[in-house]
Design a protein around this ligand. Structure first.
Ligand SMILES: *Cc1c(COP(=O)(O)O)cnc(C)c1O
Length: 355
C-alpha cells in the first residue's frame, strides 16, 4: 500500500532526494568510496558544501554581508548560541509556543528577556497581535512557524529592531526578506534535510558586539571564518540538504513552494471546515500552511481513535496530533504532494460517510 507521510519531523523528502543520498552513500560521484567515508576537506566534498551554500543564498536571495552555516546541535543549540552571540543586555521574545519558550529559557541565562506577548493562556491557539516591541532591546526573537500548535507568522514583521527567527519548520516554503534579520536558523529535519544539520544565516557585522567570552564552538565567528569546517560537519545531512535545494530550485524555488503550500492548505483546511466531524484548532488568520492541526468536533470525540485507525489503514502516516494539542496534525512540508493531501481528504470524507 502506498504510504503518505504527514510526519511533523523528521519529515517527508522527495523520493529523488532520498535516492540520490542512498546512491552517494554507496558510491559518491563514482569515486569508488562512500560519501560517509571521505574527508570533509577533500576535493570531493568541498563542492557539496559550496553549492549548498550558494543555493541557500540564491533561493532566499540572501543579501551581501551574510554567511550561511551548516552546524550540528539542532535548532535547540541555537536557542543558546543566539543569546550567547547577540544578547548584550536585553532581548525581546514573542512567546508563541513550546519552542519559543525554550528559546526564552536559554536567553535568560545571558541577560534580561522581555516577553512582548504570549498566547500561552490559550494553549497557543493564535499569534498575539496587539503588542509593541521595545526599541532598546538587542533583538526581537520570533518563531515563524509553531510546529506543535499549527500557527504561523507567514510574513516578515515590521518592527523597530533587528529580528532573529527560528524558521525550523517553514524555511524555504516562502520568500523571506532576509535583510530584516540578524540571524535565521532552522533544524534541517523539518523542511530541508534529514536530522543532523542546522542551517544558520547570519549577518556578519552583527557578530562580535557582545563583551562576554564565547566558547570556540559556540561562537558563530568560528564557523563563519572556517566555512562551517572548524570541525567535521555532518556531511551526509549536508549532502541531502544539497539534493533538496537542487530539487526545490528545479521546482521553481521558494515562490513555487509557497504556491504549492497554499494549494495544499486550501485542500485540507477546506475539508476540515466542511466535514461535520472535524474542526480546526487555531484562529483562522493564523493557520499554518505547514502543520495543519484539527480535532474531532465535541459530539464525535469518541471517534478519534477510530479515525486514527481508519487513516492508518488507508496509508496515512504521522497524522496523530502532538500530545499537547491532541487530535490530528497533517504536516505538509515542501515535498508533500497534492495527491497526498487529496488522499487524506478522501479518507476524511469516507469516514464521515461511514458515521
Ligand atoms: C523541531 C523544532 C525545534 C527543535 O529542533 P531540533 O533540531 O530538534 O533541536 C525548534 N524549533 C522549531 C520551530 C521546531 O519545529
Amino acid at each position: 500500500m502506498k504510504k503518505y507521510n504527514f510526519n511533523a519531523g523528521p519529515c517527508i523528502l522527495d523520493r529523488s532526494v532520498i535516492e540520490k543520498t542512498a546512491q552517494a552513500i554507496l558510491d559518491f560521484n563514482g569515486i569508488g568510496l562512500s560519501l560517509a567515508e571521505i574527508s570533509h576537506r577533500s576535493k570531493d566534498f568541498q563542492p557539496v558544501i559550496d553549492e549548498a551554500e550558494a543555493l541557500v543564498k540564491e533561493l532566499l536571495q540572501v543579501p551581501e554581508g551574510y554567511s550561511v552555516l551548516f552546524l550540528g546541535g539542532g535548532a535547540s543549540l541555537e536557542f543558546c548560541m543566539i543569546p550567547y552571540n547577540f544578547l548584550k543586555k536585553k532581548a525581546a521574545y514573542l512567546n508563541t509556543g513550546v519552542w519559543a519558550k525554550k528559546a526564552m529559557k536559554e536567553a535568560k541565562l545571558f541577560g534580561e528577556v522581555i516577553e512582548v506577548a504570549s498566547s500561552a493562556d490559550a494553549n497557543y491557539t493564535f499569534i498575539p497581535k496587539d503588542w509593541t516591541c521595545p526599541t532598546d532591546v538587542d533583538y526581537l526573537h520570533i518563531t515563524t512557524n509553531n510546529t506543535i500548535y499549527g500557527t504561523e507568522i507567514r510574513k516578515d514583521l515590521d518592527v523597530p529592531v533587528r529580528m532573529i527567527a527560528d524558521m525550523s519548520s517553514d524555511i524555504f516554503s516562502r520568500p523571506v526578506d532576509v535583510a530584516k534579520y540578524d540571524a535565521i536558523y532552522a533544524g534541517a529535519q523539518k523542511n530541508l534535510s534529514m536530522a543532523g544539520v542546522t542551517i544558520v544565516i547570519v549577518k556578519n557585522d552583527a557578530l562580535g558586539q557582545v563583551e562576554r567570552q564565547i566558547p570556540t564552538m559556540l561562537d558563530y565567528r568560528t564557523h563563519v571564518e572556517k566555512g562551517s569546517m572548524f570541525n567535521t560537519p555532518p556531511v551526509v545531512p549536508i549532502y541531502t540538504a544539497l539534493e533538496n535545494l537542487r530539487w526545490m530550485k528545479a521546482q521553481g524555488g521558494v515562490e513555487a513552494m509557497d504556491k504549492l503550500a497554499q494549494q495544499r492548505a486550501e485542500i485540507i483546511y477546506g475539508e476540515i471546515d466542511r466535514n461535520k466531524l472535524f474542526r480546526g484548532t487555531v484562529a483562522e488568520e493564523d493557520r499554518s500552511v505547514m502543520n495543519l492541526c484539527f480535532v474531532m468536533n465535541d459530539e464525535y470525540k469518541d471517534l478519534e481513535k477510530d479515525f486514527m485507525e481508519f487513516a492508518t489503514s488507508k496509508g496515512m502516516v504521522g497524522v496523530k496530533g502532538h500530545r499537547s494539542v491532541g487530535g490530528f496534525r497533517a504536516s505538509c512540508y515542501n515535498a508533500q504532494t497534492i495527491e497526498g493531501c487529496e488522499a487524506l481528504v478522501a479518507c476524511m470524507k469516507e469516514f464521515e460517510a461511514n458515521h
